[in-house]
Design a protein around this ligand. Sequence first.
Ligand code: NAD
Length: 473
Amino acid sequence: MTTTETASHAMTIDGAPAVAQSTFGVINPATGDIFDEAPECTREQLDAAMQAAATAFRTWRLDEAARRALLPACADAITAHADELARVLTQEQGKPLAKAAAEIAGAAKWFTYTARLEIPVEVALDNDRVRVEVRRRPFGVVAAITPWNYPVSLAVWKIAPALLAGNTIVLKPSPFTPLATLRLGEILRDVLPSGVLNVVSGGDALGGWMTSHPTVRKISFTGSVATGKLVAAAAAPDLKRVTLELGGNDPAIVLPDVDVARTAKRLFWGAFENCGQVCSAIKRVYVPESLYESMVAHLAEMARGVKVGNGLDEDSQLGPINNQPQFERVQELVEDARHSGARMVTGGQRIGDRGYFYAPTIVADLTDGARLVDEEQFGPVLPVVPYKEVDDAIARANATHFGLSGSVWSSDTARAEAVARQLECGTAWVNQHLNVVPHAPFGGAKWSGIGVENGPWGLLGFTEIQTVNVAKG
Ligand code: NAD
C-alpha cells in the first residue's frame, strides 16, 4: 500500500502529524480481515523523531514542576477520549470492550499516580568539609517498544515515569496493535510540548532501527524473551541502558487445604484474562493429587461457561487470540500435548472458521517436560499438573528460565506466604494472581526481564545517579 490517505491515524513527530509514505494493514482478530491501515515509518522519519526528541530534551529536562503538572493533564485528555480509544483497542486487539475501557481508565490512573511520585535527592554525607548529594538525572531520549496484549497501558507505564524524570520519548507499538497508540500520540499532542512524545509505527525492523539508533540513551522494552535478547545485544555496543519486561511461564501452586470451587474460579481468571495473553497470567497450575480430579472438573466447568465472542458484543467475556502467528502457536502446543497423551478436558479446538477464536481449554494428565507446561503458551489454554509433595511442586515451579510471577493458594495465608517467598520470580501473589498496581514494582527474574516498572522503583529506572560533591569553605 503506498497511498498516504488510508491510515486513519498519523504518527506524531515533533508535535505534528507525519505524512505516511506507505502503510500496512491492521487486522481485526474477530474477523481476520484488515480493517484499517497504519503508517510505515521510514528511516528518515525515525531520524526526524529522534532529532525532535533530542531537541525537546534540552528544555524538557529543566523544569520538574512543569513536567509534573502536565501528567494529570495527560490523564484528563485520555479520559476525554476514553470511549473512542477503547473501541479502537477492541478492534485491533480483540479484547471485550469493557476490558478495553478498563485498560484506558488504567492508563489515565497511571498518569495521575505517577504525577505524585518524588524524584529523590539523598544526602550521602554532610560534615564540616563536604556536602555530598545523590541526585537523579534523566537519560535523554528513551526508545519505548511495546507488545500487542496491552498496548495502551504498557505504553503509559513507560511514558508517565520517563517524562516525569525529564526524558523525552520515541514510542513504537506492535505492528499488530498500532492504532490506539497512534491515537494516544495524537491526543497528547495538545498537552505536551512538541518533540517530547513521538509515536512511530512500523514492523519489527523499525524496533531494530530504534535500539541501534545513536540518539537513544535508554531502551524500555516490553515483549518476548527472544526479542528481549536481541534488544540487549543491540544496546551493548553503545552501552545504552535497558529495562526489559519479558515473557513468563507463571506457576500457581495450590496447597491441599483450599476450597476447590472458590479457588478454581480465581485460578481460571488468573489464567484466562485477556484470553491468556498476559505476560504474568497463570500458565501452569500445580494441584495436589488429593484434589486433582475435583480441581480439573471445576476449572473445566468454568471454561465451558465462558462466553467467547467479538469484543464489540456486549456479552463477550473473552475475545479472540490477537493474531495469526499466536493462534497457530497455541494450536501447535495443544496438538503437541494431545500427541503426548494429555486429556483435553474441555476445548482443544478453534471456534468457527472466521477470526482467531479458540475455545478455553483445560488440559489434564500432562507434566513437566511437555512443551505446554515448559513454554509460554500465551493463549486460552491451561495445563493442570498433579503433584505429591509441596517441596517438589516448588522445585518444579522454579525449574525454568522464566521468573516473572507466581502464586500460592491456601486457606492458611501464612503458610502460603512462606511458600510464595520460595518462588524465584519478580512478583509472588498469595490467594490471587494478576493484581498489578501502580504503587508496586513489576519485573521479572531470570529470563523474564531486567529492571522493573511502576512505583518509585520504576521511576528510578528512567534516571541515572549523579553524585554532587560540594566542598565547604
Ligand atoms: P515481541 O517480542 O514479538 O514484540 C514486542 C515488540 O518488539 C513489538 O513492538 C515488535 O515490533 C518489537 N520488535 C520485534 N523485533 C524487534 C527487534 N529486533 N528489536 C526491537 N524491537 C523489536 O512480543 P509480542 O509477541 O508483541 O508480545 C508478547 C510477549 O510479550 C510475550 O512473551 C509476553 O509475555 C511479553 N510481555 C511481557 C510483559 C512484561 O511486563 N513482562 C508484558 C506484556 C507482554
